[in-house]
Design a protein. Structure first.
Length: 193
């Protein structure tokens, strides 16, 4: 049931039987429909998620100044990815980020308290967590660099090259929001292909 999760950990660092068992004892699996909000604005993020199947996005709400809000996509996760609302998860403050499924999804999670207990008592678990955090940070750094230096066309091409699965499966309004370009422009660029 948790094979993919443990396999992902093993790709990061070889996982001994004891560490594998400790993780498995704390994992939960859930199946959720498309459109399920896993974390709402103002809630504290208390889970580290692993996406076994489906697609998830993180987004935040931006006020238009007149009482209405629009959402801005911050990130996507697909099969084999770990995700959470980082700021809220680490600081245990109300999240300014929301997380929702874009497809029916199978998710595995570990509660923050259980994860931190593993970190405190098992150095290998702590090492795995550090490597996951480093990889997420590097991905975020690449995105920031692209957002600051690339044209709209280059942003879309970079996204397509890095994330062909997401490019083909995510609605273009979310891709446009993620890249900071108009949905019409995404549509035109996709049509040219």
């Amino acid at each position: 049931m948790y094979y993919e999760f443990i396999s992902s950990l093993s790709e990061i660092l070889p996982v001994e039987d004891q560490t594998r068992i400790l993780f498995q004892q704390r994992l939960k699996i859930v199946k959720v429909p498309k459109g399920r909000v896993l974390l709402s604005d103002g809630e504290a993020c208390d889970k580290l998620w692993y996406l076994q199947s489906g697609i998830v996005r993180g987004y935040h709400l931006v006020s238009d100044g007149h009482g209405a809000f629009r959402d801005v996509t911050d990130w996507f996760a697909n099969e084999g990815d770990f995700f959470h609302a980082a700021d809220s998860f680490v600081k245990q403050l109300p999240s300014r980020e929301c997380i929702e499924t874009l497809e029916p999804s199978v998710l595995i999670y570990i509660a923050r308290a259980d994860l931190y207990e593993l970190y405190a008592n098992h150095p290998k678990a702590c090492c795995i967590g550090r490597i996951i955090a480093e990889r997420l940070l590097l991905g975020h750094q690449d995105l920031l660099r692209d957002m600051r230096t690339l044209s709209a066309h280059e942003k879309l091409e970079s996204f397509r090259a890095r994330s062909r699965e997401l490019f083909n499966r995510v609605p273009q309004k979310y891709i446009a929001s993620y890249l900071g370009i108009s949905e019409n422009y995404v549509s035109k660029l996709k049509a040219r292909r």
